[in-house]
Design a binder for this molecule. Structure first.
Ligand code: NAD
Length: 288
């Protein structure tokens, strides 16, 4: 309901994810004043022109100083630097949250910069987005009926948790709680591996077909399978490095199964091939 209201929000990283959240809160009347910081000056100007933020500064400490809620929506490997630069300027009641696609690395960054006992950082990850990026891609309805995974830790303050949950529900999201490690394991399989495969396949095909003829016939499986390879390389470079262990684990499993399928095709073992395809189709049909 529009009764829920946060007076002052600061958004660090004015891209698709942070701006969509703020745009959604603003459109529904849940927020007073929004300040923004991005290391790219043009993103700050664009965000102000679009009415997403009321104030920006090239000095990040001005942007966070009075904020009740600080949303950190930068690429994963930039999180630690942001935390270090705001540490001395946040208020003693400010709640902080992030939107990063890997949670273990952010949890470690928070611990390293704010110390073990810091209670007002709520780790979150919206399962929504697209291959588009930047301020201009912001969509106030991006999170409607989408899941947001919150990964509370034992020391997380319950009031801080409540505020962040409310701020997500206010833009239409459904909250799910998960443990940090479990999040990174599940997302390695359902999101990180598929992105890795898509990038790798497009790269292979782009290099192996000199005249790029392949892209003229992309309406086949290629277009569907590789749409996600148009995602931000910086964002994905960071995810592949921050969740390296879990990604390698699921990649090993995949490599094993791929070799199995390859061998069956090589041997002309159509029964085995049919078995794999049938199992996969049944599994895919059963998920909505
Ligand atoms: P984006 O590229 O649209 O926005 C990121 C913004 O951060 C850019 O404006 C960039 O200039 C800024 N930035 C980079 N380094 C910075 C720094 N050191 N200080 C200040 N600003 C900096 O990307 P996005 O899609 O909004 O992704 C942001 C975060 O959201 C990432 O951590 C990503 O893992 C997570 N996420 C993305 C998606 C998705 O589908 N795009 C989904 C869920 C979560």
């Amino acid at each position: 309901s529009s009764e829920f209201r946060i007076e002052r929000i600061a958004v660090i990283g004015l891209g698709l994810i942070g701006c969509s959240w703020v745009k959604g809160l603003r459109a529904r009347g849940h927020v007073g004043f929004v300040s923004g910081y991005d290391r790219n000056l043009e993103s700050m100007t664009l965000a102000q022109e679009a009415g997403l933020i009321d104030f920006f500064s090239e000095d990040i400490t001005d942007v966070v100083a009075d904020a009740d809620l600080i949303i950190i929506s930068v690429p994963i490997m930039a999180v630690r630097g942001v935390l270090e630069s705001i540490l001395a300027s946040i208020s003693s009641t400010a709640v902080l949250t992030d939107v990063g696609s890997v949670k273990g690395s952010v949890a470690a960054d928070v611990k390293a910069v704010f110390g073990d006992g810091f209670t007002r950082f709520v780790l979150g990850h919206p399962i929504a987005g697209s291959e588009r990026s930047g301020v201009l891609a912001a969509d106030e309805n991006l999170y409607v009926h989408h899941k947001v995974i919150i990964t509370p830790e034992a020391h997380t303050d319950s009031k801080a948790l409540k505020l962040v949950r409310q701020a997500w529900r206010a833009v239409g999201a459904d909250i799910e709680d998960m443990a940090v490690e479990h999040h990174d394991e599940v997302l390695a399989a359902t999101s990180h591996l598929p992105h890795l495969l898509a990038y790798s396949l497009v790269d292979t095909l782009a290099n192996s077909h000199e005249n790029k003829e392949i892209f003229n016939y992309a309406a086949g499986g290629f277009r569907d399978f590789t749409r996600i390879a148009a995602s931000s390389p910086v964002m994905w470079r960071d995810i592949f490095s921050a969740n390296r262990e879990q990604i390698l684990k699921t990649l090993d499993l995949f490599e094993h199964d791929l070799k199995f399928l390859r061998a069956a095709i090589e041997l002309g073992d159509t029964t085995t091939v049919m078995g794999v395809l049938t199992r996969a189709k049944v599994a895919r049909d059963h998920f909505s």
